[in-house]
Design a binder for this molecule. Sequence first.
Ligand code: HXC
Length: 262
Amino acid sequence: SQRQYNLILVSRPEPSVVLVTLNRPNALNALSSPLFQELNQALEEADKDDTVGAMVLTGSEKAFAAGADIKEMKDKQFADVFKNKFLENWGEIASLRKPVIAAVSGFALGGGCELALMCDIILASPTAKFGQPEINLGVIPGGGGSQRLAQVIGKSRTMEMVLTGRMVSAQEAASWGIVSRVVADGEGEVVKEAVAMAKEIASKSQIAVQAGKEVVNAAYELNLAEGLRLERRLFHGLFATNDQKEGMSAFSEKRKPNFTHT
Ligand code: HXC
């Protein structure tokens, strides 16, 4: 991307993968409004770019993100945050069509934990620590943490996290299902693994990948009968794509598919 960003770094570790790195090291990647604007812009640009198949979102070794920016929020009044829809633009990430993989090292707290939960897959380094410490600040999660955690880890564990603010280790997060797995120890390892996974996803039919993301997300929004119907209809719809013909022909001809994303 040609755009100039100040609070994030945007790179192409693979031709088909965009890597966004939160880059406010002196504030442990606290998610200020300007940072979130840049993040949304970079991800939306990648989402529109036909050459990109998947995105990776990461922070630093010490912190994925230590939350919304407390110094920015401290003096805000109800009237400001309500009228100006404070932090409502956070939801934009959830409407991206392409998959976003979070590569989490260090602190993922408050809005940082919620940001990871908005991604489609979370990989954790053994140093990752997840928490919703808002209760210690006299507030509650505001970026979806109470809802998304409850869907993923159930009521009792979510209540414990939200009401005590306790941080959960990478191992615990894996056993609870917050993350899909904990990668090997080592600097940069989690980003390497996430980029490899993104590259793998980008090698598939993008139409099928986007349909797959849509139906999995529907499982969290629709009842079972509606979700099953949506899945079946999208599955039917994929028979109108060249990629379905190519994928199934390639299997029959014992060769690798060459998807054209059409
Ligand atoms: C603003 C932050 C910050 C934050 C850290 N910093 N977290 N600034 N907002 N969320 C700043 C510190 O003020 C400090 O700046 C610098 O980053 C380094 O942090 P330290 O505290 O010195 O580091 P350390 O002692 O290693 O402690 C790490 C930490 C602690 C345990 C992660 O920083 C911490 O508790 N942070 C706050 C976590 C939190 O409560 N998050 C939830 C926020 S509320 P200076 O200038 O002093 O060097 C939220 C609401 C979500 O997220 C709503 C979403 C819609």
